[in-house]
Design a protein around this ligand. Structure first.
Ligand code: ZN
Length: 415
């Protein structure tokens, strides 16, 4: 059986580590710029597409690639800033989070920190776990930073994706998976009970819309005893916004032994835990108009971009598009790690032993194999700006490069 390709935070983290190695000084530009939002924007680990540019990491600094100039610079417009210490917003906004990326809204950067501690009860007989989280707001132009909003009991810093719709920033916050062991010590970390929360960036109003991973089986992702203690694939994922709903999913096993057996019998448990465990994926949707959070029958791990909802059908072994309650096959578009919908087309630019660079046109139903200098083992496509596609690829020196490319040049030799 061919192993399914999978989207996983580990690979995403790797992408962050590999992102951009060019000299910071040479890319530092004194010019001032604005970063403007598309709505909604889905912010994920790695690189995030705004209307006029891409926000990504370069080491421990948040950078902005301006689509108009294809120049990169730290997301900091503070005059004379050297972008080298914690007073620089481009550094501080990515310093304290596990996963969640900062979001830029009206020339301000919003980001989270979270701390936790064990609190003794007044009578000394019991303990509880407490979480305190802060949403900071930094001005890109002045570097001025303020604690915009504080809240307790929920930690947003492990949220893999978040969504900004108008002024509302939706994200996943967890109870830090806090657990008191029999010997009285505490364990905590990723996973745990996870809630869809929202901050209104205009009013500083905080809302918790409810528990997402509410299956009683979700607890089985945490192995508390034995050789493989830990938390496995327990993160709730936000996939995107479609039809005025935020799509999310999480995964679980109905019998924890199925997970333990795979971990214990595999040469490469970290990979096997993704591919060989009989995970059940549960879809959750939050309706933005009715504020209801419900379980959905729609497929999970979808590729969602405004008007498009595409998923890989594992039985038919092909991508399918959900549209107006009907479905159509994208037969011939081969499974790939993370295809993207840009400009009404589904793209995969990655070329390796499992993946074939292709483009599918939703308007004509046509699939084209593509072959150009931009199709490499680690290529990606982000946006269409000014009639050019913004892509990243690996050059002959194994460096990652960004380019703005017209379609004919990106598709190249189609033979
Ligand atoms: Zn700076």
């Amino acid at each position: 059986m061919r192993h399914r390709l999978f989207m996983l935070p580990i690979v995403i983290s790797l992408c962050i580590a590999l992102a951009g190695c060019s000299d910071l000084e040479s890319s530092h530009d004194a010019q001032e710029y604005m970063i403007t939002n598309r709505v909604p924007i889905v912010v994920s680990a790695g690189r995030n597409v705004y209307d006029n540019g891409l926000v990504y990491h370069q080491g421990s600094i948040a950078m902005f690639l301006d689509f108009a100039t294809m120049q990169s610079m730290p997301i900091c417009n503070k005059p004379n800033c050297t972008h080298s210490d914690s007073t620089c917003v481009a550094k501080s906004c990515v310093a304290n989070t596990n996963t969640i990326e900062p979001i830029i809204y009206h020339d301000k950067i919003y980001y989270f920190t979270s701390t936790n501690k064990i609190v003794d009860a007044d009578d000394g007989k019991s303990q509880s776990f407490s979480i305190h989280s802060t949403c900071f707001c930094s001005n890109i132009k002045t570097g001025e930073t303020e604690a915009f909003l504080q809240f307790d009991n929920y930690d947003p810093t492990g949220s893999v994706n978040s969504v900004l719709i108008d002024s509302k920033w939706y994200f996943i916050a967890s109870d830090d998976n806090a657990y008191r062991r029999n010997d009285g010590s505490w364990s905590y970390g990723m996973g745990g009970k996870q809630y869809l929360c929202c901050i209104d960036l205009e009013t500083a109003d905080f809302q918790n819309y409810g528990l997402v991973n509410d299956s009683p089986f979700a607890e089985y992702n945490n192995i508390r005893e034995g050789n493989y203690t830990g938390t496995f694939n327990a993160q709730v994922m936000i996939e995107g916004v479609y039809d005025n709903k935020i799509y999310m999913y999480y995964q679980y096993v109905t019998d924890q032994n199925e997970l333990i057996n795979v971990l214990e019998s595999s040469e490469n448990p970290l990979q096997a835990v993704w591919t060989d465990v009989p995970w059940i994926y549960e879809s959750k949707v939050y309706d933005i108009e009715t504020h209801s959070l419900t379980t959905s029958n729609d497929p999970t791990r979808a590729i969602i971009n405004s008007d498009y909802f595409v998923y890989f059908d594992t039985e038919l072994e092909c991508y399918r598009e959900l549209k107006d309650e009907s479905e159509s096959n994208l037969a011939g578009f081969r499974e790939s790690w993370s295809p993207k919908i840009v400009n009404g087309k589904l793209w995969n630019l990655r070329k390796n032993e499992n993946e074939t660079p292709q483009v599918y046109d939703f308007a004509t139903d046509e699939i084209t194999n593509i072959q150009s200098m931009y199709t490499t083992y680690d290529s990606n496509i982000y946006a269409c700006y000014d009639d050019k596609y913004i892509v990243s690829y690996i050059d002959e020196n194994k460096q990652q490069k960004y380019a703005a490319v017209p379609e004919y040049e990106l598709i190249g030799d189609t033979k």
